[in-house]
Design a protein around this ligand. Sequence first.
Ligand SMILES: *Cc1c(COP(=O)(O)O)cnc(C)c1O
Length: 380
Amino acid sequence: MKKGTKYIHAGAQPDPATGAIMTPIYQTSTYVQEAPGKNKGYEYSRTHNPTRSALQSALAAAENGRHALCFSSGMAATDAVVKLLKPGDELIAAADMYGGTFRIFTKVFEKYGIRFTFCDMQNPDELAGLMNAHTRMVWTETPTNPMMTVTDIEAVAKICKSKNVLLAVDNTFASPYLQNPLDLGADIVVHSATKYIAGHSDVVHGCIVVNDDNLNEQLAFIQNSCGAVPGPQDCFLVLRGLKTLHVRMQRHCENGEKIARWLRANEKVDKVNWCGFEDHPNYEVARRQMHGFGGMMSFTLKDDSIEAAMKVLSHTKLFSLAESLGGVESLIGHPATMTHASIPREQRLKNGLTDSLIRLSVGIEDADDLIEDLRQAING
Ligand SMILES: *Cc1c(COP(=O)(O)O)cnc(C)c1O
């Protein structure tokens, strides 16, 4: 089955009681048993819920995986993955990564004796050099936020396989439509489904997808033991969002390309970070492992000041100033004062996050209107 068909049909069965085509919201905590242990596979909704089960099947299919597990947020999914590790284990992570992931690694799990080392994942040789007897997991995110660098998943997976180390990929930015890390050799895929998968800025949700049965069992045990599960209403919203992922992503990609190229030709704009440019340092890798380049990008202004960026941010009307990404509506953000404000300025500048850097999550509105909105804000 092709992607779009899977997003709509995988895991979907008419409701056995009524024939309802859409999986109902099973708003229940518990299930009546005929006798102790004699039930229809459902005992308690932390462990299993039919709305969640339908979504888990659909998400597994979307990532070409065998198993998916849903969580109450992307961070809860990340939390469960790190709990596969024990004191003394080391996780090597991409230096350029979602701030919340960096925070949970260093501020929450380091104090439980898990070690975190950071590396430039654009350079697999650097990763190979860092691996040692304690390394148990490698964590990468691609493309990255907000610099849009790309990890060669296949190359990193080869290194991990040779050392018997698990590879986890945060696939939030690409979505299952643009990239399927399990097909490239990753062991674990993590999503903040809050973003492209749900796609309508109306729910916070996360998931993990794996192929390995044993890994799935361990993660399901953690999911049930720790209990960061999503409610059935949230699962329903994600299930509904997933059904249009391919249609939305096609438009995100089209609009993204138009806007990236328009920005690049703008005399007030300095640099545009978008992995679809032929001269992007990771273009060849991106073209090989992704099915399109998406709607995420960032750019700097020739007047590289916070004030110049603020002027743009305060003048857009269609691009709303907000955190998050991946929704149908376009968003604009300023990493230096928003998502990356906690990073010291020098460190931030070293990573290319200059004062005027502006991040866009290009939505699926009409591209002409989006370009006109940016034109009046940047040049007007
Ligand atoms: C938003 C985000 C997360 C965290 O997900 P939540 O659903 O907000 O908990 C993790 N990784 C990436 C790349 C994200 O953009």
